[in-house]
Write a protein that binds this ligand. Structure first.
Ligand SMILES: NC(=O)C1=CN([C@@H]2O[C@H](COP(=O)(O)OP(=O)(O)OC[C@H]3O[C@@H](n4cnc5c(N)ncnc54)[C@H](OP(=O)(O)O)[C@@H]3O)[C@@H](O)[C@H]2O)C=CC1
Ligand SMILES: Nc1c(N[C@@H]2O[C@H](COP(=O)(O)O)[C@@H](O)[C@H]2O)[nH]c(=O)[nH]c1=O
Length: 598
């Protein structure tokens, strides 16, 4: 479970781990060190295929003999090619028998492919160490169960192996599949923003000329980044100023598609991006914009997609639904600011060139974010510094890689994890107002919860809604934000808490924690889990709905609710179904208890 206690996430530290470190014997420490080294190695080799194929989950496997030497290694090259475990077993040959296999991630035996598990079992592997469970709900835990069922000892890092070094190894497993994990939890592709700026913070001269700020070595590195992405996105002005190609010229391998985001459709009739002989281009625009030019580009083979509301979040949700895993933003500061404020950017790559160009009107990498004080700055997490040629590359995460629980099932996956529900003939239970028969499922139901605060002491919240709304501002180091939290906390009713939270968010977006979009499901999950854990009658009511689909019948809230005609995402209903499955023992529950009985 990700514990967000401040503006930064400290999700790699845990009091449970500290205890276990203290009680570890030296022998355990040595064993953990070796396990950690090989899990990290599995994560490193898992990354080897990035850039060669369309992005996909990265799997690596290292087989080590009882004496601790590596007998074989393998990584998944592409979806549908031989599993990492199969390759490692083949490489290890007879040495596999009695050995330990290290996997950065639990294999996803989807599409009826059990080859990874079978290879390990048939080779006589004795023990398997798994870095992280598979993040997708319908695959989560399946391979681990199957291996254990066939008599292998399976140790999952963070569950069976807890220590500081193991936690670091686990972190490398999370990082190597950050795109998949982000995508699984946030319904948008993993997005990286990359820019090249001068030492005085400019991405172009005042006239808009930008070729080139960074060195050849840095630009080669960008080709590599492009090769790891499903798509590159720029705004209309960058097309007008730079006439870019946006191809991954890194010596073969995967080439991402190009996306242009334009509101005006004020685009040139001739541009490098309209040459789709090697790679395709999609232009996303506002409905109705310059239809004649749309037709012209369509005649050249460029795909045009119109949006009622063109903003980075809508566009990213659309590409998520088209199956995209990771996107590289190479736009200028205007679109960058819009994307960052919509919460869709996960990682930053900034190439800083030792050059100064000055210019009052020369653009900078990120436009207006509405910040007035330094305390509002977005702090990067896991920052890395690297020299590339004469330039410095600074990279880091804007949003922490979410931990794997809770995994939010999609509508289809809900049917898979809860076999009593069928997509075709299941009953739907709607709930909305608290006085309705299932009104206790509403966040407005008057059931106080007790949740830990930043210091670990338990605090009572009058309802789930109070807790949820206040957490938009929790951890923001600003007196006004703390004031919002206190005001919402003492709101007289859940409705009042909702009203206050929404209007404060609208009036002072700068006070909302920067990671809120990526965090809100987790906040809601924890509050709901507490509510249904501490009130036995609510838990019984939830369990009586087994077999039914739960839908919050809110016509307005298209995220938490089901919408007027089922167009909403129904995340509240989905979370309740997830928690119901956890109570029914159909899916593993997060290990940490986050609330206490009242
Ligand atoms: N050094 C570097 O790394 C880079 C430098 N540059 C430089 O930056 C300059 C261009 O910067 P900038 O104008 O910011 O770049 P962009 O073109 O990347 O972004 C702005 C454009 O994006 C489109 N857009 C669509 N939806 C939105 C939205 N919701 N919010 C904001 N914009 C949206 C608009 O296009 P439209 O007007 O068509 O509607 C808008 O004009 C150029 O001089 C270029 O050379 C650009 C990229 C990288
Ligand atoms: N100026 C600048 C960059 N600019 C980005 O690269 C795009 C051009 O890509 P291409 O046409 O494929 O070479 C351009 O439109 C912009 O997005 N990138 C960098 O790594 N370094 C630089 O100095």
């Amino acid at each position: 479970m990700v514990l967000f206690l401040g503006t930064k996430s400290y999700f790699y530290s845990s009091p449970v781990l500290c205890q276990s470190i203290a009680s570890n014997s030296n022998h355990n420490h040595a064993a953990h060190s070796l396990d950690a080294v090989y899990i990290k190695r599995a994560a490193d080799i898992a990354d080897s295929s990035a850039g060669f194929t369309s992005p996909h989950p990265n799997f690596g496997c290292v087989i080590a003999t009882p004496s601790g030497t590596v007998a074989g290694e393998g990584y998944l090259y592409a979806q549908g090619t031989k599993a990492a475990e199969v390759l490692a077993v083949e490489a290890a040959g007879g040495f596999s028998k009695g050995s330990t296999a290290y996997l950065n991630m639990e294999p996803g035996d989807c599409h009826g492919d059990h080859s990874a598990v079978s290879a390990l079992v048939q080779a006589g592997i004795k023990r398997v160490v798994v870095g992280i469970r598979h993040p997708l709900q319908h695959l989560h835990g399946n391979a681990i169960r199957s291996l254990r069922g066939q008599g292998l000892q399976v140790d999952v890092v963070g569950e069976d192996l807890k220590s500081k070094i193991m936690e670091e190894a686990r972190k490398s497993c999370l990082l190597v599949n950050a795109p998949l994990i982000h995508r699984a939890t946030s319904r948008v592709p993993f997005s990286v923003i990359k820019y090249a700026m001068t030492l005085d913070g400019k991405i172009a001269t005042s006239s808009g000329h930008a070729a080139w700020i960074s060195s050849k070595e840095s630009r080669n590195r960008v080709f590599e980044l492009r090769g790891r992405s499903d798509a590159i996105i720029v705004g209309g002005n960058t097309v007008r100023k730079d006439n870019p190609r946006l191809t991954a010229r890194h010596g073969g391998g995967h080439t991402p598609i190009r996306i242009v985001m334009t509101q005006t459709f004020n685009l040139p009739e001739e541009a490098n991006l309209w040459d789709i002989s090697d790679v395709s281009t999609i232009v996303v625009t506002q409905r109705g914009a310059r239809r004649s030019l749309q037709k012209l580009l369509a005649s050249k083979g460029v795909e045009v997609v119109e949006f009622d509301i063109l903003n980075p979040r809508e566009v990213m949700e659309y590409f998520h639904d088209r199956g995209y895993l990771s996107i590289l933003w190479e736009c200028g500061g205007t679109l960058a600011a819009s994307a960052i404020s919509s919460g869709v950017i996960h990682k930053v790559f900034a190439f800083v060139a030792p050059k100064i160009i000055g210019g009052k009107n020369a653009p900078s990498p990120v436009g207006e974010l509405g910040m007035v004080e330094m305390s509002q700055a977005l702090d990067l997490i896991d920052v890395c510094f690297e020299q590339v040629g004469p330039d410095m590359l600074i990279s880091g995460f804007l949003q922490p890689v979410p931990d794997l629980v809770p995994v939010i099932p999609s509508e289809d996956e809900t049917f898979a994890i809860d076999p009593s529900i069928t997509p075709y003939d299941s009953k739907i239970i709607f709930f909305y107002k608290t006085w309705d028969p299932y009104g206790a499922f509403s966040n407005f139901s008057p059931h106080p919860i007790q949740m830990p605060d930043g210091s670990g002491s338990y605090v009572t919240w009058s309802s789930v809604e109070h807790y949820y709304q206040a957490h938009k501002f929790v951890g923001v180091n600003e007196p006004a934000a703390k004031d919002c939290v206190e005001k919402i906390k003492s709101a007289k009713s859940p409705e009042e808490a909702a009203r206050m939270g929404r209007s404060m968010q609208k009036q002072r977006p700068d006070l909302v924690r920067s990671d809120w979009e990526g965090l809100k499901i987790d906040v809601m999950y924890r509050a709901l889990k507490c509510k249904f854990s501490i009130y036995p009658h609510l838990q019984s009511m939830l369990l009586t709905t087994a077999g039914s689909v739960l839908v919050e019948a809110s016509p307005h809230d298209l995220f938490w609710g089901g919408g007027r005609e089922g167009e909403g995402l129904n995340y509240l209903g989905r979370l309740l179904m997830l928690i119901r499955s956890e109570f029914l023992g159909e899916c593993p529950s997060p290990s940490e208890s986050t609330c206490t009985a009242l």
